[in-house]
Each structure stands twice: as C-alpha cells, then as structure tokens.
Design a protein around this ligand. Structure first.
Ligand code: SF4
Length: 284
C-alpha cells in the first residue's frame, strides 16, 4: 500500500487510512510491502478451495511501482500464476513490467493474461503537474508497443481524464491517436473521481495551483465522488468516436480486456464501433 509516484489524484489514497496512515504525504512516502506475497499466493493457488478465479493486479496501488524494483515480488507472483495456469490481469503505469516479459509470455501460453497500461493524457503539462513520479506517457506507450510486439495484447485505460486540465478536444485526440499508434487493443476512458482521501489532497493541490478552478470543481463534484453523468457521457462519446476514427476498439466494462496471444494478429488491434454509454470503472 502507498506509492511513491505521488499522483495527486491517486484513487488508492484512502486505503492508507485502513492502516491508520496518512493519505497525503504519508501515502507518497510510507510504502507497505507484503514481502512474502509470492509464497502466500502459491499456497492459496494450491489450496483445494481455490477455484481458479481471475486475479486482477494493480487495481489498488501499482504493482510495478518503484518499490517493485527493489523487492522484486512480481516475478514470483507471475511464476506462481503461470504454474497454476491461473488467469490474471495487470493494470500499471510502470515500465518495469517489461522486465517480466518472458514470464508474461510463458503465462499467456497456458492461461488468459490481460495487461492494461494507464495513460490518461499525453500532454506533458498535466503529466508534470499531477503525476510527476510516473514514467512519461510516451514511455508507457512504449510498454504497449513492446507487449504488442511480443504477441501480448495490451489495452489502455485512459485514466484519469481530468476536467478542465486534460479534457480539451485536442488533448483527447492527441492521446487517442498516440494510443492507437502504440498498437493498443482497446482504449477505455475514465473520468477523474474524487473519493475521500483523494478528494482532500487533490482539492488542496487545486487551490494552490489552479485556484480559479476550485469553484468549477465544487460544482462538478457537488454530488459526491463522481463527475455528473452528462460529463462522463460526453468524454466517453468523444473518446469512443476518436477510437473508431483511429481504429481501436473499446474494452469491455470492468477490468482490462483479456487477450490470448493467438488473438493478436494485427498490431493496430480490431476496429471497434464507437459506443455511447460512459463506463465509470471502480478501481477500489
Ligand atoms: S502510479 Fe498509480 S498507485 Fe501510484 S500514485 Fe499514481 S495512480 Fe496511485
């Protein structure tokens, strides 16, 4: 738990309070690592009660965050999943996933493996401002390219789309164009949501850096953690139209699309039809 990439909006901030830790700077600096995770997973996968359910990783904090470079837990986890042919998916902003490409390939030969990379925008201004500790968007798209080159289909979770900072039509277009150019199999937009923990931290950042937006945010998020449906629909429609234009399909609702290597024949991915309904994913 916790992540030193310090994304201002991080959806997972609230989970730090479960350990009585601070959801602001504490989340950014106090990283809690379960160092025996591979052994625990292997034991669980071997138990009679385990039914081989799909395991989604990276849906709270990033499993390829900086600490993974030191603790190297993912190779053991991927090896356990491969050995048990257990389906899984990974959502990450981390280029470190490329270290484990051989294991991902081995796993994809025996089970469903889904990988999604999170790229909310390619504009460097919001990148520097709100997710300064993450690999540059272009480096994350290199991950998509590398995975596609290895026959592992990779979708892009376009998250978060940040109202008034990364939602201009030209910004959406540039992002979807770059995602398509990287060979992503799907693109799924997700508008910023501000739950307790993330909300206070993000709003205090907004007051310091974009005080003129505070009142607009208060109106947009007046109902709670989510932007209104009309706004979500607008972003989803725009992204789906652009995805259709650039030849990328929308992902299924929920977690990243699962792709077996044999399905990946065209690096540009299948052409999808633009959808009209928004998909507000729940990551926590
Ligand atoms: S990389 Fe992911 S988990 Fe880490 S701070 Fe950013 S949004 Fe949160």
């Amino acid at each position: 738990m916790g992540c030193s990439r310090t994304c201002v909006y991080c959806f997972a901030r609230r989970t730090h309070s479960c350990l009585d830790l601070d959801t602001g700077l504490g989340f950014d600096s106090q990283i809690v690592v379960k160092v025996n995770a591979p052994e625990l997973l292997r034991r669980r996968l071997s138990s009679r009660s385990w039914q081989g359910e799909h395991i989604a990783m990276g849906t709270n904090v990033d499993c390829y965050q900086r600490a993974e470079g030191r603790y190297r837990l993912m190779p053991g986890i991927l090896a356990a999943l491969r050995d048990h042919a257990n389906p899984f998916s990974i959502l990450t902003k981390g280029t470190l996933i490329l270290r484990d490409l051989p294991l991902l390939r081995q796993a994809a030969e025996v089970t469903d493996v889904g990988v999604s990379v999170s790229v909310g925008f390619t504009d460097e201004t919001p990148w520097h401002a709100v997710e300064p500790g993450t690999p540059a968007p272009e480096r994350r798209l290199d991950v998509v390219r590398a995975l596609a080159g290895q026959g592992i289909g990779c979708g892009v979770l376009m998250a978060p789309v940040i109202p008034f900072l990364s939602d201009r039509p030209d910004q959406l277009r540039a992002t979807v164009r770059a995602v398509a150019g990287a060979g992503a199999t799907s693109v799924t937009p997700l508008v910023l949501h501000l739950r307790p923990g993330a909300r206070e931290w993000f709003m205090s950042w907004l007051e310091r850096h974009h005080p003129h937006l505070v009142a607009r945010y208060a109106r947009l998020y007046a109902e709670g953690a989510y932007a209104p449906k009309w706004y979500q629909r607008r972003i989803t429609r725009q992204v789906h139209e652009l995805a259709g234009e650039y030849g990328i399909g929308p992902a299924r609702a929920g977690m990243p699309r699962r792709v077996r290597p044999a399905e990946v024949t065209d690096p540009a991915g299948p052409t999808g039809q633009p959808g009209a309904e928004p998909t507000q994913l729940t990551l926590l």
